[in-house]
Design a protein around this ligand. Structure first.
Ligand code: UD1
Ligand code: CA
Length: 468
């Protein structure tokens, strides 16, 4: 099939400088959701109709499998589809999607495409309690002798837009979602015959339904499994509402997979989260990009994890920010730890309160439990990094590496001025500023020797003599 995605609308009600279809849902633009769903249907061609200022849209999503057509000015949905015609293959039907309707499931679209086959018209419709604003599906009576449809509804005759509808038509609750599939040669002919003789002076795509009926082309109406699949975004409030619906669906999928969530209403997944057996996630956690949790992982409240893998049995305590890190098994992170890109923590490592780690590997059983910055470092196994330790990795121009070999002990409040190496089993005394390598197995201390002055007297304040 061909797929046409309509994305030229202005989105005025978003009250934003960002084109509407670039607003994000679950961390990705609305249009990216639609394009991704389109790709799962393996179409021959995907054409995106973009509008005024749409260069930003194109720049944000451009890919070799997408064709772009500009619609300027915007004279309605029928006019928008006309812009795609040069790209369409007549041998296959054309599926029309909206760039601001992000959550339609591929299953639903496949059912629609199957119902239409090669030579019928397929229309995705939904029954709404409040159909105001939508085009209404006008149906007729089942002709005598014909088999009535499964749901008892008569055949579709036409679509009437809300603004053009009579009060009797406005009472109809079955509405046009806008999503349809049409045999391509017929689409070409019908679009050419559209007029803009209506309340909005627009070329309505919806008018081609009556043309199909007039030519005896059967119109198959298919309904989605859930109403939210057809909801569009016109305002920040609708976007927020769809985000919640989507997050709840993702949370339910995690629960079904056996993940325990303290509150399925308080988790946000902006990408993909894969979790092993017996994982527990406390409230208000955000997962971005690709996050993979092993078995028995526990994530405390208020953690943000992005593009990260976490090994079996590891516990991440509350308030941690973990970005592009690989954490081994049985580790304990946080509370209040920050793991930045390039952090690789081996099994049974501990990273504690107010510790920041960047582009560093920490060997098995090593610990940095309190108040430290470890950047651009290679840390061996069984190393203890004391409170207040800082790797001075940046000299103002270049970054340098700190190497800490196995079994080293770094005393509290130590600065390691890179490039520098702490040998195997070395001990650094508290307060050391290390500027040269520390030999293996020895104690290295750089602080001044402690002295006490027995005869020293604390100065006393000279008393003021009051003026007479
Ligand atoms: C349209 C349908 C209506 C349906 C409703 C579902 C028509 C005439 N009406 O109404 O039956 O119930 O969608 O939401 O089709 N767009 C363009 N270029 C244009 C106009 C629109 O690309 O010139 C795009 C928009 O970006 C949007 C989509 O088409 O993605 C729908 O446009 P919108 O203005 O929301 O359509 P409605 O008038 O609400
Ligand atoms: Ca709309």
């Amino acid at each position: 099939m061909n797929i046409v995605v309509l994305a030229a609308g202005m989105g005025k009600r978003m009250r934003s400088d960002l084109p509407k279809v670039l607003h994000r849902l679950a961390g990705r633009s609305l249009l990216a959701h639609v394009v991704d769903t389109s790709r799962t249907l393996a179409p021959g061609r995907i054409v995106v109709i973009h509008g005024h200022g749409g260069e930003r849209v194109r720049a944000a999503l451009d890919a070799p499998d997408l064709a772009w057509a500009k619609q300027e000015p915007q004279l309605g949905t029928g006019h928008a589809v006309m812009q795609a015609l040069p790209f369409l293959d007549d041998a296959v039907p054309t599926l029309i999607l909206y760039g601001d309707v992000p959550l339609t499931r591929a299953d639903t679209l496949r059912r629609l495409v199957d119902a239409a086959g090669a030579d019928r018209f397929g229309l995705l419709t939904v029954d709404l309690a409040e159909p105001d604003g939508y085009g209404r599906i006008v149906r007729g009576d089942t002709p005598p002798g014909d088999r009535p449809s499964e749901d008892g509804r008569g055949p579709v005759l036409r679509i009437v837009e809300h603004k053009d509808a009579s009060s009797a038509e406005r009472a109809i609750r079955e509405v046009n979602t806008g999503i349809m599939v049409v045999p391509t040669p017929l689409l070409r002919r019908w679009l050419a015959a559209l007029s803009n003789d209506n309340a909005q002076r627009e070329y309505y795509l919806t008018d081609i339904v009556a043309m199909a009926v007039a030519e005896g082309v059967p119109v198959a109406a298919v309904q989605p499994a859930a109403e939210w699949e057809t909801l569009g975004v016109n305002s920040p409030a609708q976007l927020a509402q769809l985000e919640r619906i989507h997050q709840r669906t993702l949370a339910d999928t995690l629960l079904e997979a056996g993940v325990s969530l303290a509150d399925p209403a308080r988790i946000d997944v902006r990408g993909s989260l894969v979790a092993g057996r017996d994982c527990h996630i406390d409230v208000n956690c955000v997962f971005e990009g690709t996050v993979v949790l092993g078995d028995r992982v526990r994530i405390g409240a208020n953690c943000v994890l992005r593009d990260t893998t976490v090994g079996d049995g590891t516990e991440i305590l509350p308030m941690c920010h973990v970005d592009s890190a690989a954490v081994g098994a049985d580790a304990r992170i946080g509370p209040f730890a920050r793991l930045r890109p390039g952090t690789r923590l081996a099994d049974d490592t501990h990273v504690g309160n107010f510790v920041e780690i960047k582009n560093t590997s920490l060997g098995a059983h090593s610990k940095a439990n309190h108040l430290a910055y470890v950047g651009d470092a290679v840390v061996g196994e069984r190393v203890n990094i004391g409170a207040g330790t800082i790797t001075c990795n940046y000299d103002g121009a270049n970054k340098h590496v700190t190497v800490i070999e196995d079994d080293a002990f770094i005393g509290s409040d130590t600065q390691l001025v890179a490039p520098v190496t702490v040998g195997r089993g070395a001990t650094l005394g508290a307060g050391t500023t290390l500027t040269r390598d520390a030999p293996a197995g020895q104690l290295t201390v750089s602080r001044a020797r402690q002295t006490s002055l027995p005869d020293w007297k604390r100065p006393v304040k000279t008393p003021k003599i009051p003026k007479e």
